[in-house]
Design a protein. Structure first.
Length: 329
């Protein structure tokens, strides 16, 4: 007698980043993953973005605040051998479903060697797509902060806002405002105005690459007068960001080293192409070691912690030959 045994196929969870929503910006792998899936799970709005790709699929729609439910649903179906596409707008790993899903999987004892395969399929996040619509605001250092306090304590958010405002980052604010969360954007503005010029450029992008796309330029002091909601990303420039011809630009810093003129590539006096600025680390170390100012005075001048200045002064600069760093620029 032959024993009849059945083997459950290996399940799979595909964490799919849909990008901004337009099919023109949906990656080939994301499209293929949806096609491969037996089941597609997501927030109802995200499901609508790809509805024409879902024929013959089992569709599970969840509400906005049901992220853990979506992750659990994906896990349960994957345990049965199903291939599940768990979709997020933007990138699944940027304020998306990748984090909650791994939390659920680890809680269940999952490991990469388990019977459930997990694949993360990246997509363009709002910070990239919104920036592309307004110019080149992210050419220098930037960060993203969510103003949603549904899961993060406000003091934590406020400290992060304070730190990046002080440090002169270009900042993308996610989840800036909702029907019930209306004051968070006002508090963010209040924090930024402590350190930034009131006329700092701000770009407000709503529903990027979707039918109701809307772009508005304003300034930091008028930020709260703009039309802002949950489908909005707010881009706040740094001290060098400017708007010209309807485009928001953050310089990379070439003017610090070169005479930036058409046909002129000469380095400024005291600078040298391919090596650190005269005010780069080595130049700065030499300057503060040669200064007659106290650590407290240096800390105030450079807006750095005094404990850091004291630590630096305890370590004399090393006389290094200029290395070729030309690949960085």
């Amino acid at each position: 007698m032959t024993e009849n045994t059945t083997h459950t196929p290996r399940g799979k969870i595909m964490l799919v980043g849909l990008g901004p929503g337009s099919h023109d910006y949906l990656t080939a792998r994301a499209r293929a993953a949806i096609g491969e899936a037996d089941t597609v799970i997501g927030y109802a709005t995200y499901i609508r973005l790809v509805k024409d790709l879902l024929e013959g699929k089992e569709i599970v729609k969840k509400a906005m605040a049901e992220e853990l439910d979506r992750a659990i649903e994906a896990y349960e179906r994957a345990k049965l051998g199903k291939k599940v596409a768990l979709v997020s707008s933007g990138d699944a790993g940027v304020y998306g479903m990748a984090g909650p899903t791994f939390e659920v999987l680890f809680q269940a004892g999952w490991t990469p060697d388990s019977d459930i395969e997990v694949e993360i399929i990246p997509g363009a996040s709002a910070i990239n797509t919104c920036a592309s619509l307004v110019g080149a605001p992210l050419t220098h250092d930037f960060c993203a902060i969510s103003l949603s306090d549904l899961l993060t304590p406000w003091p934590t958010i406020a400290r992060r806002l304070n730190a990046v405002a002080y440090a002169d980052f270009v900042v993308a604010l996610y989840n800036p405002k909702s029907g019930r969360r209306t004051r968070q954007i006002e508090e963010a503005q209040r924090i930024f105005l402590q350190f930034r010029d009131p006329k700092t450029p701000v770009a407000i992008v709503k529903s990027a690459f979707r039918p109701k796309q809307r772009i508005e330029f304003t300034t930091l002091d008028k930020l709260t007068e703009a039309d802002i909601g949950m489908l909005t990303t707010v881009l706040i420039g740094n001290s060098n960001t400017y708007v010209k011809h309807g485009l928001m630009i953050t310089p990379r810093g070439y003017a610090n080293k070169y005479d930036v003129e058409v046909g002129n590539r000469a380095a400024r006096e005291g600078e040298k192409a391919g090596v650190s600025l005269s005010t780069g680390l080595n130049g700065w170390l030499a300057a503060i070691h040669g200064s007659d100012k106290t650590p407290a005075e240096l800390a105030l001048e450079y807006r750095l912690p005094e404990v850091y200045i004291r630590s630096v002064l305890e370590h004399p600069p090393v006389d290094l030959a200029d290395a070729d760093d030309s690949g960085e620029e």
